[in-house]
Design a protein around this ligand. Structure first.
Ligand code: ATP
Ligand code: MG
Length: 232
């Protein structure tokens, strides 16, 4: 059972490949300090999304260890691990279900009010309440087609409900316009600030990660830890 104690994430000599012989990470070592906001940067294909997937234990590493709060993620139950980690993935996956259910999935104990609040936080209230079926509108193949930015915002609303102590944003606001992005980032910061959550943000726009405490740069399977944004 995973026990959250602040959210320190440590990669110790981690090697990983999807295809044998094509390593994505080679003996990677880095630490994400508890309660800090860390940016993960690097060229396309360098393994940024892979790192998030490894933390969520979508895949097991080939060698080395990933420790969260000193616990090897291989030694704790998947369910307890995943309950502690919230991910807004690069490609939002929505279920062919109502908007309400898609958001409620973040926390099955959330009330209708909690869902409504999350929708306002991600600025989807106008769009949703103009729909004839409102929150009960079905999205996906059989229902409403949403833009990439709207899907991202549903995914962020889901995360806001989940209230996981460790959160990963994988290009989570890449499809949003600057104004929407800034206001949603502000909401996320306000919700999470008081709790000192560990945050990992992958973003191409430097402005999105400009307030990071630490920057981790990925290049050809190697990881270089850097200080703040201004040091890059
Ligand atoms: P981007 O900035 O474009 O999102 P990234 O840094 O997030 O790139 P990853 O998605 O982590 O890159 O992919 C790293 C490498 O692993 C890429 O070369 C990619 O093709 C490969 N890869 C990713 N997922 C898989 C998979 N499921 N099976 C095989 N190879 C994969
Ligand atoms: Mg990626």
């Amino acid at each position: 059972m995973f026990q959250y104690k602040g959210g320190e994430i440590k990669f110790e000599n981690v090697s990983f490949s999807y295809t044998p012989g094509i390593p994505i990470l080679k003996n990677a070592n880095f630490t994400i300090p508890p309660g800090k906001k860390v940016a993960l940067v690097g060229p396309s294909g360098s393994g940024k999304s892979t790192i998030v997937k490894l933390i969520f234990r979508f895949y097991d590493v080939d060698s080395g260890r990933i420790l969260i709060d000193g616990q090897d993620i291989k030694d704790v139950s998947l369910e307890s691990l995943r309950r502690a980690i919230g991910v807004v993935p690069q490609d939002t996956l929505l279920f062919n279900d109502t908007i309400y259910q898609n958001i409620h999935y973040g926390d099955f104990t959330a009330s209708y009010q909690d869902v409504s609040k999350a929708i306002m936080d991600v600025k989807l209230d106008r769009l949703i309440y103009e729909l004839p079926d409102g929150l009960n509108t079905v999205v996906g193949e059989r229902g409403l087609m949403l833009s990439a930015g709207e899907k991202q915002r549903i995914s962020i609303a889901r995360l806001l409900l989940k209230k996981a102590p460790i959160i990963c944003f994988d290009e989570a606001t890449s499809s949003l316009d600057t104004q929407n992005e800034q206001s949603i980032l502000r909401v996320i910061r306000n919700i999470y600030r008081e709790k000192n959550n560990t945050q990992i943000a992958i973003a191409h726009k430097l402005k999105t990660i400009s307030d990071s405490d630490k920057i981790i740069v990925l290049e050809k399977g190697q990881v270089i830890e850097r200080g703040k944004h201004k040091d890059l």
